[in-house]
Design a protein around this ligand. Structure first.
Ligand code: NAD
Length: 375
């Protein structure tokens, strides 16, 4: 039985993501969802009704809802261009915050929020929930234990035809600059840092827009990363394909074997490298001639929901001083910087050194010594 005093949470944004947060909050022990704010009241009411959160206040205005409900923390699940304003209001009222990604597309605003939260002694976490997928946790574990030897290089490929015209998708990315980078690749860049436990040394990037894309701006991204420990990663991500089947493949090459994640939320296989096989048999081996692959057994995980539950738990434990959080805004700044650094690289058509880029943006103070992997 959970004997802690319940943490009072207020949710802002009752769209696609807000609905998931309402579900997760209403199920969570030790959490009381005291209100749902959306500038469209009908959406807030619909979410309250779906999840039977009868006592939650419904409102359009965050400041009013904060005064009435007096929450401990606010979850912000609105479009990115509203985050800075809403998070500032919540922090100024003395609330801890968990905000969806990207915290802002302006690095100066992210820095400002990080410093504001730190100065006020408040927790500010960001929705990097994919860190908590079973696949991500397992890859991270292999890197940490070095069970397959040292990580050397990787390919990360996310190919999805995401038609922005669908009714069940948010529509603000249709007009965004670099929607793939800010909305989707940010998760992938964060996973690379988090699972590999390493920071990016430098990167070179390109982006473009296919003629049949439903997005106004670039939605194909290619980035070559060099990490500080000399790991090299080749990344490709797109929301415009010409096959509606989604393809996700993340292959990590270690000195003694390979991990391949073959779908977005599961299907991780391990192959133990047998170097001597390279000297015999076919020079271009098919699967049945090469080392056998083994499926990794992992706890079942409902995507977006179970990973968000674990992130919520991190927030609650941080508020209750039971855990030092790692999915913080200061840490997010390191992942998020990889986005404008990629834009700088493609505009200048050159490699970008991340340490120099941090100094140029003045992020060093905000980042501090926070690392997602606790070094
Ligand atoms: N971490 C994840 O897995 C994940 C998944 C999807 C979306 N997201 C993020 O969640 C956020 C929201 O995305 P979405 O898909 O739910 O968008 P959405 O358009 O479906 O919902 C946004 C909601 O915010 C409301 N809103 C907008 N401005 C507001 C304001 N100033 N005050 C109050 N309400 C306001 C809108 O009326 C709408 O109901 C984005 O930052 C997105 O990147 C994260």
């Amino acid at each position: 039985m959970d004997c802690r005093v319940p943490v009072k949470l207020l949710l802002v944004g009752a769209g696609i993501r807000g609905e998931v947060w309402a579900r997760v909050c209403s199920d969570a022990p030790g959490v009381d969802l005291v209100g749902i704010v959306d500038r469209d009241l009908s959406k807030a009411e619909a979410v309250r009704s779906i999840h039977h959160i009868k006592n939650a206040l419904i409102g359009e205005d965050l400041e009013h809802a904060l005064r009435v409900t007096q929450p401990d923390a606010v979850i912000v699940a609105t479009p990115p261009n509203t985050h800075y304003n809403l998070v500032s209001i919540a922090l100024s009222a003395g609330n801890h915050v968990l905000c969806e990604k990207p915290l802002s597309d302006q690095m100066s605003e992210v820095i400002d929020l990080v410093l504001q939260a730190r100065n006020d002694g408040l927790e500010l976490l960001v929705g990097m929930n994919f860190r908590y997928l079973s696949t991500s946790q397992r890859i991270k574990q292999y890197v940490e234990t070095q069970e397959l030897g040292n990580l050397s290089h990787a390919q990360f490929s996310y190919v999805r035809h995401r038609d922005g015209g669908r009714d069940d998708l948010n529509d603000y990315p249709l007009e965004m600059l670099y929607p793939m980078l800010f909305e989707q690749s940010i998760h992938h860049f964060d996973l690379l840092r988090y699972c590999y436990g390493a920071e990016v040394h430098s990167l070179v990037a390109d982006s473009w827009k296919p003629t049949w894309s439903t997005y106004k701006n670039d939605c194909c991204v290619s980035v070559l990363f060099r990490f500080e420990d000399n790991v090299h990663v080749n990344y490709f991500g797109t929301w415009t394909g010409s096959w509606n089947k989604m393809e996700f493949r993340w292959r990590s090459e270690f000195s003694r074997g390979v991990l391949i994640q073959q779908s977005q939320f599961d299907d991780l296989i391990r192959i133990d490298f047998q170097p001597e096989m390279g000297l015999s048999g076919s020079r271009f081996k098919e699967e049945d001639e090469a080392e056998t692959s083994h499926a990794e057994r992992m706890p079942a995980c409902v995507p977006f929901v179970d990973d968000s539950r674990m992130l919520l738990d991190e927030l609650v434990r941080a508020i209750q001083k039971e855990q030092i959080p790692t999915t913080t805004a200061a840490d997010h700044l390191r992942s998020l910087c990889l986005v404008p650094a990629s834009i700088e690289s493609l505009e200048k058509k050159s490699w970008v050194n991340l340490q120099e880029y941090y100094e140029k943006l003045g992020v060093s103070q905000a980042v501090g010594d926070s690392h997602c992997y606790g070094k």
